[in-house]
Design a protein around this ligand. Structure first.
Ligand code: ADP
Length: 243
């Protein structure tokens, strides 16, 4: 699904975000990326999604050779990847339903998408996933009338209507209290298991990473310092990751 070899990212101002990363992530894995602030976690997700260009090494995501991809290849890649953000990134003035339909835009040409010409099938999928994340009563609410936890569930439904092969989540619980964080991770875990969607989530709360992920990747200073099952994450390894 994802293969990185010597993957690196140096930002235009010279800051090194990531260096010499080697890893392989297979279909259906639930991976947590941990590490202190500035370790390179977001950089990695943004490289996988093609949001920022790589500067070194190789990166293959699904059938896309990311460093060589043109804008059309990247659009095709992003259609297959759902991205969940810390701050939800909903369009606040739109309804819950319309926010979820945004996830179908990648399947339409630009004009149809701009005009909001969604098919009955698009709408059926949007309702299905809103029901699955427990928001059947909220189809027509404005996004900004929802609580944080509900908004993040809309964002998950928006990712799911894309019919993604991969979901990338960048600290999706950071704006939520601990109980709601677990609801979000439970949902991601259930879709990982039911639909075999590969999930990669940046998590700063170690206990949540341990509880939900099967594999942990530890980054520090832009370098991979741990990659293994939760069971092998010893105190010594944690010191390597967090210092
Ligand atoms: P994390 O997600 O683990 O907190 P990031 O991937 O955001 O870490 O950042 C890794 C490093 O890259 C940090 O030193 C950060 O300051 C730097 N960085 C991130 N984005 C940019 C950018 N747009 N321009 C310059 N440096 C950046």
């Amino acid at each position: 699904m994802i293969t990185a070899q010597g993957l690196g990212k140096t930002y235009p101002d010279g800051t090194r975000g990531l260096a010499g990363l080697n890893l392989k992530i297979e279909q259906g894995e639930f991976v947590a990326i941990i590490g202190g602030s500035g370790a390179g976690k977001s950089t990695f997700l943004r490289l996988v999604n093609g949001t920022i260009p790589t500067t070194d090494g190789q990166l293959q995501v699904l059938d896309c050779n990311v460093p060589d991809a043109d804008p059309s290849d990247l659009r095709k890649l992003r259609r297959q990847i759902g991205f969940i953000f810390q701050q939800f990134n909903l369009v606040k003035s739109l309804s819950v339903m319309d926010n979820v339909l945004v996830g179908r835009l990648g399947y339409h040409n630009d004009l149809a998408g701009t005009l909001g010409l969604f098919s009955d099938e698009d709408k059926r999928l949007a309702r299905q996933y809103l029901d699955e994340v427990g928001l059947s009563a909220k189809y027509h609410s404005r996004a900004d009338q929802l609580s944080g936890g509900q908004q993040q569930r809309v964002a998950i439904a928006r990712a799911l209507v894309q019919d993604p092969k991969i979901i990338l989540a960048d600290e999706p619980m950071a704006s939520l209290d601990p109980k709601l964080s677990e609801v979000i991770l439970e949902l991601l875990k259930s879709f990982n298991e039911k639909k075999k969607i590969t999930v990669i989530v940046n998590i700063h709360v170690l206990e949540l990473a341990r509880k939900y992920a099967s594999r942990i990747i530890g980054l520090r200073g832009g370098q991979l310092v741990f990659d293994g099952p939760v069971s092998s994450l010893t105190d010594e390894k944690l010191r390597m990751i967090y210092g």
